[in-house]
Write a protein that binds this ligand. Structure first.
Ligand code: ACO
Length: 539
């Protein structure tokens, strides 16, 4: 099978939302902190009638109905979620109830879990199955569904909820580019869920981990792409990214290449008693080393600091070869800052190109940067670092509007959908650009705390099947669906979260929220019996 990728996509988000302006007022936050500071507009939330399973059921059923795909045609179904209600039973197993009428139980796949990354692991599995010798000609489905909720405090406005279902198969209008995936995985405690309804989150650390992972994945993807000869030649948006990068560097006061130390002369990071530094130096040298335990007082925070030199990609591939960028979106500002950080990587790559660095030299350089970026979580960005960030944000603003902003609709209006976030952003890009995506390359960045991250690419293709870019764009209908939602006030939102908290792990009850608020076709939680069995119905 060729051109394996996304044949169709369906999105579901809850009917209720609060505005970030109302949240600012209610919580006493400074005016503009959530709207300008975080860049968020509205946030979706679930009542006790909905959970990750019900939203997954809704998105999956609507996907097959919208595209008239029979359940008998599905040979693999995987779910990416970190909001499963059961630690043993997968959400996928509940979704199997939808196959009952078809008699099809020959459906591979279960749930994939690693914070917001599970959906991407599920997509990778689905694509690999279609490309494998085990493929039986049927289609795969990936469902991503999550509820992001935080206790009262700074993280609360970065919540959200939603689900995405994607049909995977050959001859897709959005096909994955073979070989174009770069990954960075690392052990961190930036965000995790050891107990209770809310995560334990170290906000500053999670931001650092996200940005560091993005830099690493992007630089690696550039090197892979260049070695595969994937250049597009020029930016289709007509923006010269190399000149932007140079402008950004001068605005931000980056040192000129002449004044920088020749990285080929740098020493590889010395094993310092930290696992990731060991791992990096192992990559650089090819020799095996023993893992040494992380000292308890130190925390791995990724490549967060603007004081650190950017890591190196490849002069042969850069932002000019990518038409659109879709990123996991915890909130708008982090995506905006993440994009700005890619510019110096491109610039450095171009400058290093002349020096013809070997792969080992590049890895050595990365190792020393990773080593240098390990620092206490409490350390604040320096003034110079903030100044440099401001310069990069300014210099990258036109490119951000052209390449990234078209994918931000749902994340700004629904908030973080965790595993569904990245693919909700892809749906937003589809609605914004539709058949214009034909011949365009889209880079996706997946991030899940803990941490797992990948950057990979899709290309928009003309197809003669039932699955065309134009049809996908029309089907998602996001703006109309957003406009049909019900605005709640922050007190209703607090009450809904309080009910979820009170009922967490409980049995023998029926949810109270009115069914009238749900749209026809929505699955909802009917009841949980004395044996904790959950019953779902469809409105
Ligand atoms: N007007 C405009 N901007 C303002 C205002 C105001 N009145 N007040 C503050 N700001 C700005 C700040 O300057 C800051 O901008 P900067 O980042 O450019 O410096 C921004 O608003 C945020 O303010 P902070 O004080 O830094 O935010 P706070 O520490 O209160 O919380 C955080 C932000 C850490 C993101 C928190 O919401 C959180 O923990 N969220 C959950 C974790 C998360 O989403 N992590 C991302 C990756 S992991 C994942 O996907 C879960």
């Amino acid at each position: 099978p060729q051109h394996v990728g996304i044949l169709a996509i369906e999105v579901y988000f809850p009917t209720h939302f609060v505005t970030q302006t109302a949240l600012e007022q209610q919580t006493g936050a400074a005016r503009g902190k959530f709207t300008e500071g975080l860049g968020q507009i509205e946030m979706a939330f679930c009542t006790d009638r909905e959970d990750a399973t019900s939203m997954g059921l809704t998105a999956f059923k609507q996907l097959l109905e919208s595209y008239s795909v029979p359940f008998s045609q599905i040979g693999r179904l995987e779910v990416g979620s970190e909001s499963g209600e059961d630690r043993g039973k997968s959400i996928k197993s509940t979704l199997m109830s939808l196959f009952a009428g078809s008699g099809n139980t020959d459906v591979e796949g279960v749930d994939c879990l690693n914070a917001c990354y599970g959906s991407t692991a599920a997509l990778q599995n689905a694509v690999a199955w279609v490309e494998s010798s085990n493929w039986d000609g049927r289609l795969a489905v990936v469902v991503a569904s999550d509820i992001a909720i935080y206790p009262p405090g700074p993280a609360r406005p970065t919540g959200g909820a939603g689900a995405v279902a994607m049909l995977i198969g050959p001859n897709a209008p959005l096909a994955l580019e073979p070989g174009m995936c770069a990954t960075h995985m690392e052990h961190t405690y930036d965000f995790y869920k050891p107990h209770g309804v809310f995560p334990v989150v170290n906000g500053r650390s999670s931001i650092a981990c996200y940005l560091g992972a993005l830099e690493k994945c992007y630089a690696r993807l550039c090197r892979k792409a260049a070695s595969l000869g994937r250049q597009a030649g020029q930016s289709n948006t007509g923006l010269s990214l190399s000149s932007l990068a140079t402008k950004a560097a001068s605005l931000a006061g980056l040192a000129s290449p002449e004044t920088q130390q020749d990285p080929s002369q740098q020493q590889p990071a010395k094993p310092s008693g930290t696992a990731a530094a060991e791992g990096s130096s192992r990559s650089a040298t090819g020799s095996s080393v023993n893992l040494v335990a992380e000292p308890e007082s130190a925390e791995v925070v990724g490549l967060s600091s603007m004081d650190e030199a950017p890591i190196c990609g490849s002069p042969g591939f850069g932002l000019g070869d990518v038409d659109y960028i879709v990123m996991h979106a915890p909130y708008h500002k982090i995506v905006r800052k993440g994009f700005a950080r890619l510019l110096p990587i491109d610039r450095l790559s171009q400058e290093m190109g002349a020096q013809a660095m070997s792969e080992a030299q590049i890895l050595n350089r990365e190792a020393s940067v990773v080593h240098g970026a390990r620092r206490e979580v409490s350390s604040k960005p320096s003034n110079a670092s903030k100044e440099m960030e401001r310069g990069l944000l300014l210099a990258s603003s036109d490119a951000f509007e052209a390449k990234v902003q078209p994918s931000m609709l749902l994340s700004q209006h629904c908030g973080n959908m965790y595993a569904a976030s990245l693919y909700a952003s892809l749906a937003s890009l589809l609605e914004a650009r539709g058949s214009e995506l034909e011949g365009k390359r889209v880079m996706l960045f997946a991030y899940g705390s803990g941490l797992a991250s990948s950057a990979f690419t899709l290309v928009g293709r003309p197809t003669s099947s039932a699955f065309t870019l134009q049809r996908l764009a029309g089907q998602v209908d996001l703006r109309a669906r957003l406009a049909a939602r019900l605005e709640a006030n922050p007190a209703d939102f607090d009450a809904a979260l309080q009910r979820l908290t009170d009922r967490f792990g409980a049995h023998s009850f029926m949810p109270e929220a009115p069914l009238a608020d749900l749209l026809p076709g929505t699955f909802y939680l009917h009841s949980i019996d004395e044996q904790y069995k959950r019953k779902y119905c469809r409105k």
